[in-house]
Design a protein around this ligand. Structure first.
Ligand code: GTP
Length: 393
């Protein structure tokens, strides 16, 4: 049986993919079994099936080898495409595109199976299969690029470039194959085609693998958000606040620490219900976010208590800021039910973190205790007031 040089030279590359696939399976086992991971994993299984067909080419009719390998590689590309749709939850929105591309895929395979004479002309063969590759790679780079992301993760960029490279290689293959009117390309043409085919195969494999990493990166980011953010107000929680405060203290930064607490919050819960209380906390969180300066650290410390670390603010500045905060909150209207609003007041206790004094080495917990003591005083003195480290603002 005559064996195309194109296939022989590809075997080494495809064997390398086979090795990579073991790493991939290991990764898949560590991941939650989402549809994206499973489809991307299946894409690589299809690649390996294609590679096995090539390795066993001497035992199979040449025409069958050609049809089977293309079936496997096209299936692999289609699975990667589906994985990307599932990853971005776009599978419902792009139903028509999916149908069109699956028709293109099956159509090209049927054409090659039913009309074996087509395979005697290299350019016709390529015309049957390469438009599908160009379409799918092109669509994948478009899908990956249009996903909004404030800071583009590395996997997203790699996905975009791999898909663009795959589309470019397939287009170049088609252009170069156009003039080859024989069953197989000769010498130089064959080398060029093989090289481009191998690069396309690497793109295919890389895409599926990168999609898995992308999902993994997103998952890690989501977990981090869950660990750091209070789900009711969207503000940082106590844990992440304390962590950032400690970092700032270690860097020797000056500032003041305020703890504030809604006055008689229990009455709001008792009178309007817990959900209304939640609504008040959420709205207060939004107002505080608007009032805090860019470098300040704000958090929901727990229950109806919030904390604010004022960057570079001494006792006097902290007093002024606390007073401004207290008076602006007391004028706001909080919606607790449709067409029902109420006003609240807060009490504030604060302390300046003056690191030039003898207290510079105090651990953060002691600063918090001091601020809490001032808050306790503010409550005892009748609420709706701010007391900063002994001075009343
Ligand atoms: N709705 C709602 N209520 C909460 C939440 N966390 C704590 N609370 C309530 O906040 C109330 C706090 O009550 P207290 O500690 O007695 O304080 P207070 O009524 O604000 O009185 P003072 O602080 O002394 O002015 C309790 O009723 C808690 O159930 C929450 O996430 N949502």
């Amino acid at each position: 049986m005559q064996v195309s040089g194109e296939y022989v030279e590809s075997i080494a590359t495809l064997c390398i993919f086979f090795t990579f696939s073991s790493i991939l399976s290991a990764l898949l086992h560590r991941q939650k079994r989402s549809k994206t991971s499973l489809l991307a994993g299946f894409a690589n299984v299809c690649m390996i099936a294609g590679a096995l067909v090539i390795i066993a080419r001497n035992q199979l009719p040449e025409h069958l080898v050609f049809v089977l390998t293309n079936f496997c590689f096209e299936a692999s590309l289609y699975c990667s495409f589906l994985a990307m749709l599932y990853f971005h939850q776009l599978q419902q929105r792009h139903r028509r595109k999916q149908r069109l591309l699956s028709l293109l895929w099956l159509g090209s395979i049927l054409l090659l199976t039913l009309f074996p004479t087509l395979t005697t002309h290299y350019n016709y063969r390529m015309l049957c299969i390469l438009p599908y590759y160009i379409c799918l790679f092109g669509m994948m780079s478009w899908l990956a690029a249009r996903q909004p992301s404030s800071s583009r993760p590395l996997s997203q960029s790699i996905c975009i470039y791999l898909a663009m490279l795959g589309a470019a290689c397939s287009l170049l293959r088609l252009l170069l194959a156009w003039s080859i009117d024989s069953p197989f390309p000769q010498a130089d043409d064959s080398h060029r085609q093989t090289l481009l085919m191998n690069v396309t195969a690497v793109c295919l494999f890389g895409l599926a693998l990168t999609l898995i990493f992308w999902e993994f990166e997103n998952g890690t980011r989501d977990l981090q958000t869950l660990a750091d953010i209070d789900s009711l107000t969207g503000l940082p929680n106590r844990r992440s606040f304390l962590q950032q405060c400690r970092q700032r203290l270690q860097q020797g930064q000056q500032g003041s620490l305020l703890i504030f607490d809604i006055d008689h919050f229990k009455q709001i819960n008792d009178r309007y219900g817990h959900l209304a209380g939640d609504r008040v906390l959420r709205q207060l969180g939004e107002h505080l976010r608007g009032l805090a300066r860019r470098d300040d650290l704000l958090c929901r410390y727990g229950g109806e208590e919030f904390c604010l670390l004022l960057q570079n603010a001494d006792t006097e500045q902290a007093g002024r800021l606390a007073e401004r905060l207290r008076s602006s909150i007391s004028t706001l209207q909080f919606a607790v039910a449709p067409q029902h609003t109420l006003q609240i007041t807060i009490s504030i206790g604060g302390v300046a973190l003056n690191l030039n004094t003898a207290t510079a080495q105090l651990p953060l917990e002691q600063w918090l205790e001091q601020a809490d003591r001032q808050l306790y005083q503010a409550k005892n003195q009748g609420r709706n007031r701010a007391i900063i480290a002994g001075m009343t603002a």
